[in-house]
Design a protein around this ligand. Structure first.
Ligand code: SF4
Length: 278
């Protein structure tokens, strides 16, 4: 991982302050440089929800509201084994579905949501998940964020997924001043070519989960510290910052990181006994 000494990050911040407001061109250049560094830091970044097809990703994304991807990944294999497709899920007894998703919290409403979703996919789209944003957002419980996750990861259509991590990081990195996810999406889309949108979404979300946490970002070990206007929001001392790292970057998880870097999949690493949680 790229290491930026505190002195270099501070000098860069001082230079930026002296230069005053940033031009659109220099913001674009800085944003793309940050993306290239994040791509080198997390070359293994993918959707952290497990899925085999668009239907499974759609259901998993709806289930992931207000819980972690890790919890959803623990539930979906059983759910999809019992109800392989939308038809089976739509026809399943409500109590059985509730039981299967109980550990995710809000299990009654989550079970209701995915069964309503299944019924609509069967009735309107003959059991096949539609592949456009306009169609996806008409499905019950599917907003722009979920639709972009499915488009980007299951259909290969570029999409920017503005979740809580993405929004926070886009603001900290000075790519937007907006809070509204649709406006954040538009500002970030203007900085990058569409071919990078899906990959960038994963990279920013990975960075938010592992280093640039909401409360105490690990600025002292951040690989983009010299390019970030918010450097210093978290501890800048490298040792203190290291203790804040999460997931495979956490001290003591070097084997897991090496496995990711060697191209092993999340499923392979789990099967080998690694814990992928924070
Ligand atoms: S960890 Fe600190 S330096 Fe890195 S992106 Fe977040 S706020 Fe900026």
């Amino acid at each position: 991982m790229r290491f930026v000494p505190a002195r270099q990050a501070e000098q860069a911040a001082a230079r930026r302050r002296r230069a005053g407001s940033e031009t659109a061109l220099s913001r674009t250049r800085r944003a793309r440089r940050i993306q290239r560094i994040l791509a080198q830091t997390y070359p293994y970044a993918v959707a952290e929800l497990d899925f085999d097809d668009a239907w499974q990703l759609l259901v998993a994304t709806v289930l992931s509201a207000q819980t972690t991807d890790i919890r959803v990944n623990a539930v979906t294999p059983g759910l999809f084994a019992a109800y392989p497709g939308p038809r089976e899920l739509a026809e399943a007894p409500a109590e059985d579905v509730q039981e299967m998703v109980r550990s995710l919290g809000f299990y009654r409403s989550k079970a209701r949501s995915i069964q309503a979703l299944a019924a609509r996919v069967v009735d309107e789209y003959d059991g096949t998940v539609p592949g456009t944003l306009a169609q996806l957002v008409t499905l019950p419980g599917v907003g722009r964020k979920t639709a972009n996750v499915v488009l980007g990861n299951a259909f290969g259509v570029p999409g920017i997924t503005v979740d809580t991590h993405f929004g926070r990081l886009a603001r900290r990195l000075g790519w937007t001043v907006q809070d509204d996810p649709v406006k954040v999406e538009a500002d970030v889309a203007a900085l990058f070519p569409p071919a990078l949108w899906t990959e960038l979404s994963h990279e920013l979300i990975y960075h938010g989960r592992r280093i640039c946490h909401s409360r105490r970002p690990a600025c002292g070990v951040c690989p983009v510290a010299d390019l970030c206007p918010s450097y210093g929001e978290g501890p800048t001392d490298p040792e203190a910052a290291r203790q804040l790292l999460g997931y495979e970057l956490k001290p003591g998880r070097e084997d897991l990181l090496a496995g990711f870097m060697a191209g092993r999949t999340r499923r392979q690493l789990r099967a080998e006994g690694h814990t992928l949680s924070a």
